[in-house]
Design a protein around this ligand. Structure first.
Ligand SMILES: C[S@@+](CC[C@H](N)C(=O)[O-])C[C@H]1O[C@@H](n2cnc3c(N)ncnc32)[C@H](O)[C@@H]1O
Length: 203
């Protein structure tokens, strides 16, 4: 089966930006660790980094679930996964090439999902959220996260010519979007320096 037009466009945009991805924003690590903490993961849990890119969240996710847990990173852009490999992220996690709309995990098996920088790049956010809900166990948390404020992110997308759907994280839209995807919004931080919509799977 061929790659959908949307995923092909995603690859086209991210491939030339993959090398040195984290060098552009080296101070974001603290916010990533904080975002992972909000998922409330426990040792032995299964965690997913949806749209993991170069894998910046993988180390904090591994620290949260410990050696008995499992960490899975999924990304649609091979160059991003190559960057994750170059940065030595593979020994701490499984990094797979794939679409977050089709996660390679059993129903109800995942305790926490981080979706960092992902939602504006999804043409069908509800479909992807539903797939994450399928994978999530009851009580699992999802963090829709950006290590930058929403307005600054939209300006960055514009400057880079990204085909981003910034309305997907609009504060008026994110709650209903999550609800359609099977998640209940618990908390929304729409701050100047970060964005976190924290949701729980309770159905
Ligand atoms: C802005 S980057 C964020 C990467 C990483 N999470 C971070 O915060 O550094 C968005 C990532 O989402 C990936 N992506 C976009 N759509 C995807 C999809 N449908 N399935 C899997 N990955 C996707 C892109 O390839 C890209 O690596």
């Amino acid at each position: 089966m061929g790659l959908s037009g949307d995923l092909a466009a995603t690859r086209e945009f991210f491939s030339p930006r993959a090398a040195g991805w984290e060098d552009r924003h080296p101070d974001d690590d603290v916010l990533f660790s904080w975002a992972v903490e909000q998922l409330g993961l426990c040792p032995g849990d299964v965690a997913v980094d949806a749209g993991c890119g170069s894998g910046r969240a993988l180390a904090p996710l591994r620290a949260a679930v410990g050696p008995r847990g499992a960490v899975l990173g999924v990304d649609a852009t091979p160059a991003m996964l190559a960057e994750a490999a170059r940065l030595g992220r593979q020994p701490i996690s499984a990094c797979l090439l794939g679409d977050v709309g089709r996660l390679p995990v059993r129903d109800g098996s995942v305790a926490g999902i981080l979706a960092a920088g992902l939602l504006p790049h999804l043409p069908d956010p509800v479909g992807a959220l539903r797939e994450m809900a399928r994978a999530a166990r009851n009580g699992a948390r999802l963090g829709v996260f950006h290590p930058i404020g929403r307005r600054a992110l939209a300006a960055r997308h514009k400057a880079r010519g990204a085909r981003a759907r910034d309305m997907n994280i609009d504060p008026r839209r994110i709650g209903p979007l999550l609800a359609q995807g099977g998640w209940t919004l618990e908390r929304l931080d729409d701050a100047d320096d970060h964005y976190l919509a924290l949701a729980v799977r309770d159905g």
